[in-house]
Design a protein around this ligand. Sequence first.
Ligand SMILES: [Fe+2]
Length: 293
Amino acid sequence: MDVISLGPGFAAEIRGLGLADVAARDDAYGAVRAAFETHSVLLFRAQPITDELQIAYSARFGPLEIAKAASRGEGTPFSILTNIEPDGSLVPPGHKEALRARANQLWHTDSCFKDPPSLASVLSARTISPIGGETEFASMRCAWERLPVAMRTRLGSAYAWHNYAHSRSKIAPHLASERERASLPPVRWRMRWQNPANGRDSLYLASHTYAIDGVPDSEAQALIAELIDHTTGPGQTYLHHWEPGDVIMWDNRCILHRGRPWPGDKPRHMVRTTITATDADGLAEMRWVRPAA
Ligand SMILES: [Fe+2]
């Protein structure tokens, strides 16, 4: 297996091994898992992708999330991001899927608004737009390491609140349906996620994050925005231009990502599987602990 660096301090392309090797062989899984812990974003090119192969690969890393209420793919392990209707036509501007695509253009980590949250996402390109539609990544682990010590100390013991409806409301007031709101109540996580495989800390927040315990709302929202800017600033990101057969896996514990716009008259169809975090991935330490009196 060859590992070719792609981004500033994170992200790598894996060559010499593919998704089918990882699905079939423990040694291939071990090598790719180690690369995932180190590089946080892994690219595989020219994969013979099918739903079955994506599941077989993803399930190696942990239990799979079932897609949330009211999303395409609801009740299955597939989150489908598409502007193509079942009859082959494209959704009009202002359609819920078009608004969802805009919400995906906010910097976020997948499923921080769920309990349990996500370890990783695997995204395969099934139909790509000839222009735009890139995915951009930034490392909250690298961002953590660039923070002043005093800020790391403060955030290391802080807890933040995450809500799916919060990020959706930035795009359109009712983008999160009543059913989605009811099934996804706000959740609270520590703002530092330590990777148990290597002991490296990461910031943990997203566009879904709306409050910090013990911090007035306006101050918390300003700090959240400042930390996202700090993470995603010039020179800190990896922008991926999709090619047919590309599959990317990223670590939701320490990676922010966002979709980039593409022309509404170009079809684009992406399929995501999402792996649930477990205590072995450092989740137990993320849960709120009542402060000592
Ligand atoms: Fe996402």
